[in-house]
Design a protein around this ligand. Structure first.
Ligand SMILES: Nc1nc2c(ncn2[C@@H]2O[C@H](COP(=O)(O)OP(=O)(O)O)[C@@H](O)[C@H]2O)c(=O)[nH]1
Ligand SMILES: [Mg+2]
Ligand SMILES: [Zn+2]
Length: 339
């Protein structure tokens, strides 16, 4: 077959047609956007279960998994993210989000320029998953805790792979969890493999919106899969489409657990906690430091060996564990080195 070359005129006509099609699509979108309120259904409340930048999927309130509608966003709305509660109106082709309800909490991460941007909203718990293997590092756990505390979202520690606890690692893990329990953190023991503790975890998650974070290999995928098999399939597809650069990718998705409770998940959220924080925020994220912060002799105290440092004194008096104070320093230094 001979390859047909297009004349200049034919090429122009094709371009013209493409431009026309694009204009029609844009006009339809604009028409949708400027539908008068009378063309739209009554205002109702809903929750964003996926966000695609200029569009979102909304689930009507009280209708779990039903009546999900793609909506565009009225101009001048603040950034709308997965988990947001909004007012919206349904339309013929699409709905319209008309306002955002106040957020209870937000999970933010820095963008390319270092400015914090919300990636998910209205989260009740950050579930930090650890396991006997890969061995849990307290510095990493503390870093997740600090990140959660700075976003004012309650962190919980889950030790997964309980089936791998043996005589060799028992006392180390027990001591570690004991210290976190004494600081007031809730801890759970589960095994995604044997199902041990999973019922208790399901009960705990009921009525809450949670995110799961933690080092690679601790069993986040396995746990989420045990709780709701749809999550990993969807999140896997999400990261695959991101790798391909598909532009309809959502930043995160909200999933309902069969027994009640919601999980917001995305590859980006699983990495939460490894982002930059300044020294003051890090100190503030060590909850037992809080009563002493602001009591140092020098207002700009670096809590090193300055005279009159309230934190150093608290460590000396046994009010703050030396290990946590050292960990504070470790995190400050590692972040200074951009890690
Ligand atoms: N023994 C045991 N292995 C587990 C458990 N949960 C997950 N694993 C294994 O740990 C590895 C990492 O799990 P994965 O879910 O991919 O971890 P993720 O990187 O945190 O998502 C896999 O080989 C899992 O089969 C568990 O409760 N017990
Ligand atoms: Mg995984
Ligand atoms: Zn100080």
């Amino acid at each position: 077959m001979t390859k047909r070359r297009l004349t200049k005129q034919q090429r122009l006509r094709i371009q013209e047609n493409q431009a026309k099609t694009r204009a029609q699509v844009n006009a339809q979108q604009e028409a949708d956007e400027y539908l008068s309120p009378s063309d739209l259904g009554p205002e109702q409340n809903g929750r964003v279960i996926a966000s695609y930048g200029k569009q979102v999927d909304i689930e009507p309130e009280q209708r779990t998994g039903e009546g999900i509608r793609r909506c565009h966003l009225r101009a001048n709305l603040p950034t709308i993210v997965t988990g947001d509660r909004v007012a919206w109106q349904d339309g013929e082709h699409q709905g319209v989000v008309t306002s955002q309800h106040p957020r209870k909490s937000e999970l933010c991460r820095p963008d390319n320029r270092g400015k914090l941007r919300p990636v998910a909203a209205n989260i009740d718990r950050i579930i930090i998953v650890i396991a006997p293997y890969p061995e849990p590092h307290t510095n990493l756990i503390n870093r997740y805790l600090v990140a959660a505390e700075n976003q004012s979202i309650k962190p919980v520690i889950i030790l997964n792979k309980a089936d791998l606890i043996d005589d060799n690692n028992f006392s180390h893990l027990n001591n570690m969890l004991d210290k976190y329990l004494k600081l007031g953190y809730e801890c759970f023991l589960v095994s995604a493999q044997t199902g041990e503790g999973v019922d208790r975890l399901e009960d705990y998650l009921e009525g809450l919106t949670s995110v799961f974070v933690g080092q690679s290999g601790v069993g986040k995928s396995s746990l989420l899969n045990t709780l709701s098999p749809e999550i990993n399939t969807a999140v896997g597809a999400l990261s695959a489409s991101k790798a391909k650069g598909t532009h309809t990718t959502t930043t995160s998705q909200l999933f309902h657990l069969p027994n009640g409770g919601d999980v917001i998940d995305s590859p980006g959220i699983r990495e939460f906690g490894l982002w930059h924080l300044d020294a003051a925020s890090i100190a503030n994220g060590f909850i037992e430091f809080r009563p002493f912060l602001g009591n140092c002799k020098f207002r700009d105290c670096q809590h090193q060996q300055e005279p009159g440092c309230a934190l150093c004194q608290a460590v000396e008096d046994g009010m703050i564990e030396k290990e946590r104070f050292d960990s504070y320093w470790h995190i400050v230094h590692s972040l200074e080195q951009g890690q």
